[in-house]
Every structure is written in structure tokens, then in C-alpha cells.
Ligand binder design. Structure first.
Ligand code: SF4
Length: 243
């Protein structure tokens, strides 16, 4: 698969050839881009976030040969990270993928509404999954994202952009007991009221960024189900994952 050599593309730090769990109804490939502006204590991709230079980079040619070559039965490509939308080459990369007929799902932390709007206006992605990590106030959100001085208006803008421009999307919250309880889920669901899909993801303490959090017990299945029911009062479809 030829790529224009003058084209700047994001670095790739990981490639999964086939997955059925990252994009509902799709057999996808998945690439992992380095770097993130957040430091969520429950992050499992923290090597990509904290020390991406230690991970060898892969070639886009390898990815494209797989998904557009003899494996054309792959339905789409999931681009996750890290935070893909902070990469200065992401827009040109998505344009290149669209030109090659590759359907793309993007995972984002929602902190780059300008880039998000650009790629949605140009119809460069078919699906977006955006984290809404905590209630939309500086203190709660900053704690869950592991950063100070967070600008909540950027998260709010991204929620609005996704709901306005994309027919298919989901919002996601990791139900880490230190940062999110059922009342918080009510606040979050209210902030995404009417959303097509909302996933509440079970917290996995194993090997997360914060050593302290590795000792925290995840919520019970029953509590997760209660949160799902609460969120269901506000969004069109709410599911729990990982229980
Ligand atoms: S936004 Fe995602 S990749 Fe970035 S630190 Fe948080 S969980 Fe990790």
C-alpha cells in the first residue's frame, strides 16, 4: 500500500488486526496513537501517555495493507490512544483514510472541540466514542482526568458537537468508585440528555496508572445496574460494560 511520502501522519504505537468489541456490529482493526493531555488515574494506556518514546512505532503501510489489501472484509478502523485529536497530523490522516474508503471510529477525551468539529463537518469519521469522565464541574472533572485547571467548556462543546453532527456515537464513563457514584451518573446523564448511547464501563483496578487505585474494589454488578437504570431516565440507550 503506497502512501504519499510527503504526507505527515501520526505515529502509531500499537495495532490490533481484528477486534469485535471496539465498534458494535463491526469487525475492526484498531490503532493506538501516543500522548494525551490528561492523566486519568484509572488509565490503562499510561505507557502511551507517559512514556510513548519507549514504545516502538509501527508503519501506516502495514496497517493499510491489512485493512485495504486482501483483508478487505475488515469493516473499519478504530483510532484510539492516548488522545488522537491532539495529534497535529490527525486531520490529514483522516482525509487520507477517507480517500482510501476506510470507515473510521475515533475515541476521544473530548478536549479538542475545534478539531472534532472540523473532522465531523468534513464527515471524516463514521462513529465517535467520547469519554465523559465525571460531572461537568472543574473539581470533579479535574480529579477524574488527573489535571488541574481544566476548561469544562471544552468538554461541553464536544458533547454538543457530537450530538449535532454525528448520527452514530456514544458517550462513556468509567465507573471508578473514587470518582463516580450513582448521583454523579445522574449528573452526567443529565448533561448528555437525549444521547443516542451511553456506556458505563466497569472500573478495572489491575495495572491502572495510579498505584493507589489498584487497591480499590470495583462496584458490584447490582450497583452498576442501578447506575444504568438511573442513566436510562435521561439517555436513549444505556449499557454497562465489563461486569
Ligand atoms: S484520556 Fe484516556 S488515554 Fe488519556 S489519560 Fe485518560 S484514560 Fe488515559
Amino acid at each position: 500500500m503506497q502512501i504519499n511520502e510527503s504526507q505527515n501522519l501520526p505515529e502509531i504505537k500499537g495495532f490490533i488486526k481484528n477486534t469485535l468489541i471496539e465498534w458494535d456490529g463491526f469487525l475492526s482493526s484498531e490503532v493506538f496513537l501516543p500522548n494525551c493531555n490528561f492523566r486519568c488515574p484509572f488509565c490503562h494506556s499510561y505507557k502511551l501517555v507517559q512514556s510513548p518514546g519507549e514504545i516502538p512505532s509501527l508503519k501506516w503501510e502495514e496497517v493499510l495493507s491489512y485493512i485495504t489489501g486482501k483483508n478487505q472484509w475488515v469493516d473499519g478502523l478504530v483510532i484510539c490512544g492516548g488522545e488522537p485529536l491532539m495529534d497535529k497530523n490527525i486531520v490529514s490522516c483522516l482525509r487520507m483514510l477517507k480517500a482510501k474508503g476506510v470507515k473510521v471510529k475515533i475515541d476521544t477525551n473530548g478536549y479538542f472541540p475545534e478539531t472534532l468539529k472540523k473532522i465531523l463537518e468534513e464527515k471524516l469519521v463514521a462513529y465517535a466514542a467520547m469519554d465523559v469522565k465525571a460531572p461537568l464541574n472543574t473539581e470533579d472533572y479535574g480529579a477524574a482526568a488527573g489535571v488541574k485547571n481544566i476548561d469544562i467548556s471544552r468538554i461541553k462543546d464536544s458533547i454538543g458537537i457530537i450530538m449535532e453532527f454525528l448520527p452514530d456515537y456514544e458517550f462513556r464513563t468509567t465507573a471508578c468508585p473514587v470518582f463516580v457514584n450513582e448521583n454523579n451518573i445522574r449528573d452526567i446523564s443529565s448533561a448528555i440528555r437525549g444521547a443516542k448511547k451511553y456506556s458505563i464501563q466497569q472500573f478495572n483496578p489491575e495495572n491502572c496508572l495510579s498505584a493507589e487505585l489498584r487497591k480499590v474494589k470495583p462496584y458490584s454488578k447490582e450497583y452498576m445496574e442501578n447506575m444504568r437504570k438511573t442513566a436510562g431516565e435521561y439517555v436513549r440507550n444505556c449499557i454497562v460494560k465489563g461486569v
